[in-house]
Write a protein that binds this ligand. Structure first.
Ligand code: ZN
Length: 435
């Protein structure tokens, strides 16, 4: 209140919207979509020219289905057109700069206006409350990747509202993790918050060292795909539920898990589509995630390809009472797919569990696809590595990719993380229907 920020008012609005029937939510989104499209074409050169080149007028974009007529926005297009995408009628002082490291290591810069930030802040708090946290309660954070730093930075702006204990994921060595455990013991945060994989690493560290005594009410896992085995380990060690969420620096939260365990799409600030070969896919089928940010007028983002693949649920209403559509599965990065010689697409995330984890002799692994019929397996050998491991690799390769796929092995000492600190399990150099 002191800060005179509208986000607490926004929070109230968002929590009401979660109870609206689905049709009303959709109608509200489409109303905001029309306003956004009108604004973008009137106030930016980029969208004015884009609509003219595509032969469409803003009036033709009336519903979510109409949106398919608008060309996609890619990271390359943002890099090439940033100045032309910024709205003329939004003062520079109202623009907040965002920077992502990007999956290819090439960074991306963009702007979000202040009002949009306030909306997203309200939205994030609404979802934080789903996991048992409330304003003013202490948070323990395992963080460090600048790509998804934004929500956390918002928190840090007001230490009166959020008190925190912090572990930098770039320094997760023995003494730092021990010290963090000590701090958590003393402060006992209500919620733990962090990247899926970092939370898991810290959990495993605690388990291996026999450390315990941390009792949060909930844990929020974000930024990366959370594997079932990671969730199980984290829930076992801390004795509470893990809430999974998904988002990116460019548009903030995209989906968040509710108390009933469903990942609801963020309809508060976004319109989300799923496409393959640039066409919409039906619910239940994997598609590249495309978002339109309904709240950012400073630099409109219409049909932005985030770079991840997911599936929309075909299920019915969620028992939690929120009517927002549910994301069934997040399959990982667009680039993290292997295609078999038969044309079948296998996501890196499923390969982690159905390939790498079946190989006890392999400490770490990376799959690189250079050709349609040839893979490279980079392996960090573990203590149990033996002739049997090689046979297992051969059997699994046949099962997963068919007998027309050749592979090569490369033994390495370690597999490097990307600049962002993320480790990529699967890298493909082939054209991809989701990109
Ligand atoms: Zn729900």
């Amino acid at each position: 209140m002191k800060e005179r920020s509208p986000y607490l008012r926004n929070l109230k609005m968002v929590e009401q919207m979660h109870r609206w029937p689905r049709e009303r939510v959709r109608a509200y989104q489409e109303e905001r979509l029309r306003a956004l499209v009108r604004h973008a074409t009137e106030q930016t050169d980029y969208y004015r020219d884009l609509f003219a080149a595509a032969g469409i007028t803003p009036e033709q974009i009336y519903t979510q289905d109409d949106l398919q007529r608008v060309p996609f926005l890619t990271k390359d297009a943002i890099r090439a057109n940033m100045a032309r995408m910024v709205a003329r009628n939004v003062p520079t002082t109202e623009l907040v700069q965002k920077k992502t490291s990007g999956s290819t290591g090439v960074s991306l810069e963009l702007f979000v206006d202040e009002a949009s930030c306030q909306w997203k802040r309200g939205v994030t708090i609404a979802y934080d409350r789903w996991s048992g946290w409330d304003i003013g309660e202490r948070v323990g954070a395992i963080w460090g990747n600048p790509e998804c730093y934004q929500n956390w930075r918002m928190y840090l702006r007001n230490l009166l509202l959020v008190r925190h204990v912090y572990l930098d994921t770039l320094k997760m060595d023995e003494p730092t993790m021990r010290a963090f455990h000590g701090k958590l013991l003393k402060k006992q945060p209500v919620i733990l918050f962090g990247h899926a994989h970092s939370l898991f690493l810290f959990t495993r560290f605690m388990e291996q060292r026999g450390l315990a005594g941390i009792h949060p009410q909930g844990i929020i896992s974000t930024c990366m795909v959370l594997h079932d085995f990671e969730r199980q380990a984290i829930e076992r060690v801390f004795g509470c539920r893990v809430t999974n969420r998904y988002g990116c620096e460019e548009v903030s939260l995209i989906a968040c898990e509710c108390p009933a365990g469903q990942m609801h799409l963020n309809c508060d600030t976004l319109m989300v589509e799923f496409v393959r070969d640039d066409k919409p896919v039906p619910s239940g089928a994997p598609g590249a995630i495309v978002v339109t940010d309904l709240s950012n007028y400073g630099m409109p983002m219409i049909r932005y390809k985030v770079g991840d693949v997911g599936r929309l649920s075909v299920g019915k209403d969620c028992p939690c009472g929120c009517s927002y559509p549910v994301l069934d599965a997040l399959e990982g990065r667009v680039a993290d797919y292997v295609v078999t010689p038969d044309g079948q697409y296998i996501s890196g995330i499923s390969l982690t569990e159905n390939f790498a984890m079946q190989l006890p002799g392999v400490k770490q692994m990376q799959i690189v696809q250079e050709e349609r019929d040839r893979l490279l397996f980079r392996l960090v050998r573990g203590e149990q590595f033996s002739e049997q491991t090689l046979q297992d690799i051969d059997r699994l390769a046949q099962q997963r990719f068919g007998n027309r796929m050749a592979y090569q092995l490369e033994y390495v000492d370690s597999i490097q993380s990307e600049d962002s600190g993320k480790y990529r399990f699967c890298i493909s150099r082939l054209p991809n229907p989701f990109s």
